[in-house]
Design a protein around this ligand. Structure first.
Ligand code: FAD
Length: 447
């Protein structure tokens, strides 16, 4: 074939199309908006930002800032367009929403090698190498085809995710490692609570402020996926029979004195309530709070979840969310270049691959676009070093635990650790990681 198809002109698809075209290969770019809307987009411009107008932190001591800087070096269309349309926002890169989307639209549409086709794609094309970047709101017909490609499995719709904490911010003296009833390997960090602590926590959850619910998000809740604040509101003890159940989780470091109704007391090592944290990434640097999917505002999550013993200074690498989000079982279905394991000439990019966020989506479009071009040229694939943010993100997505796989923002926890002794000061550590990343990227590009 004499071209590459790209499906979806969002953050990822626009970037992929640009990366392919700048390598001299013709692109057919399909976008349905203009013909068929999504439940969230408001215009038919490419790379429309569906919610916030911020591409988040701009300093390289911030992982998303580092990712952006790496993308600048790789001539990213999305980042250069953001830089050109930026608005003042303190330490963040925020953009003029319309100006940004219009600029991306015009750069893509006016590229001599990109042909824009306004149509809904309902079949996975077979005429050429194809990058599917149809996003978390992929239209139903195409979603069904992706489902079928993956044997009817591996393309989820989820509307809930629990917050994820960086392990280096957990006070390990207050939690203990154990699996319930000691079944299997000790796999959970357990944060014990006394009755008084639990009561304060439960009340805080009941009184907390929830985020505004958009109409399409009311669609359905999976059973067993109830927001923690909803569970808290059902009754004082509801959480104790759900995610905070203490049985089988004896605390090896503590005995508790329990007063019975008749006034007599007894001693036990089982706490009144337990919050469990489960490893979330292969490197064991990230832990999710089990069963704590939530619709609370982010500030409320930080305030209330920091009441959990050991989490007083917790850093949340992502907050719990509840919104529609279709994404693939990438650990089983994709390679590190975002190529499908089931179909050689097919790539995926964007939020649907299990990266989370505007910048991350564009970054995956960049990686998939370059590699689609490499495949077209019959050249070796491009796999960025794991010491860089743009290398760590695909690495994470491919090596995450498939069973609990959920979309992930870029963060320092997924970038390969520095060699040698751990630098204690966080800012110094992040600076060292960032400097190494930019150097390794330059070295890689020189080869
Ligand atoms: P999109 O930008 O959605 O692009 C996909 C494109 O494919 C769309 O233009 C769509 O019209 C098109 N398309 C879909 N199906 C077809 C088809 N069959 N044929 C042709 N075209 C098709 N991230 C942040 O960083 N900050 C936020 O504030 C934020 N808020 C979000 C709010 C919501 C409600 C959602 C759902 C996500 C949010 N995200 C946010 C997450 C994510 O960053 C965005 O969804 C981002 O737009 C994903 O980029 P993408 O390229 O993967 O998908």
């Amino acid at each position: 074939s004499n071209h590459i198809n790209v499906i979806g002109a969002g953050l990822a698809g626009s970037e992929a199309a640009y990366q392919i075209a700048k390598r001299g290969i013709p692109v057919k770019l399909y976008e349905m908006r203009g013909v068929k809307p999504t439940p969230q987009h408001k215009t038919s411009n490419f790379a429309e930002l569906v919610c916030s107008n911020s591409l988040r932190g701009d300093s390289i001591t911030n992982a998303v800032g580092l990712l952006k800087e790496e993308m600048r070096q790789l001539d990213s269309l999305i980042i250069s367009s953001a830089d050109e349309t930026r608005v003042p926002a303190g330490g963040a890169l925020a953009v003029d929403r319309e100006g940004f989307a219009e600029l991306v639209t015009s750069k893509v549409s006016n590229h001599p090698l990109i042909e824009v086709i306004r149509a809904e794609v309902t079949e996975i094309p077979d005429d050429a190498i194809t990058v599917i970047a149809s996003g978390p709101l992929t239209s139903d017909d195409l979603a069904a085809k992706i489902h079928a490609l993956n044997d009817g499995d591996g393309f989820y719709f989820y509307d809930a995710a629990a917050p994820i904490v960086d392990i280096s911010s957990i006070d390990m003296s207050k939690v203990y490692l154990k699996s319930r009833y000691d079944k299997g390997e000790a796999a959970y960090l357990n944060a014990p609570m006394t009755k008084e602590e639990f009561q304060a926590f439960q009340e805080a959850l009941v009184d907390a402020e929830v985020a505004e619910i958009k109409s399409f998000e009311k669609e359905k809740y999976f059973e067993g996926c109830m927001p923690i604040e909803v569970m808290a509101a059902r009754g004082f003890k509801t959480m104790l029979f759900g995610p905070m159940k203490p049985v089988g989780l004896e605390n090896p470091n503590e005995t508790y004195t329990v007063t019975k109704r008749d006034g007599t007391t007894y001693e036990t090592s089982v706490p009144y309530a337990v919050v469990q944290l489960r490893q979330d990434d292969a490197a064991a640097s990230l832990y999710n709070i089990v069963g704590f999917q939530t619709h609370l505002k982010w500030g409320e999550q930080k305030r209330i979840f920091r009441m959990i013993p050991g989490l007083e200074n917790a850093e949340f690498v992502r907050y719990g969310v509840m919104h529609r989000n279709s994404y693939m079982d990438s650990p089983n279905l994709l390679t590190q270049t975002f190529q499908s394991k089931n179909k050689d000439n097919l790539f995926f990019a964007g939020q649907m691959t299990g990266v989370e966020g505007y910048v991350e989506s564009a970054a995956s479009g960049l990686v998939a676009g370059i590699n689609a071009a490499k495949l077209f040229e019959e050249a070796a694939p491009v796999v960025f070093p794991e010491t860089t943010a743009i290398g760590a993100l695909p690495y994470y997505v491919i090596h995450a635990n498939s069973k609990n796989f959920q979309p992930m923002n870029v963060n320092f926890g997924i970038i390969k650790e520095l060699e040698g002794e751990r630098i204690r000061d966080k800012k110094e550590r992040y600076t060292a990681i960032a400097e190494r990343a930019l150097k390794d990227l330059t070295d890689y590009l020189d080869v």
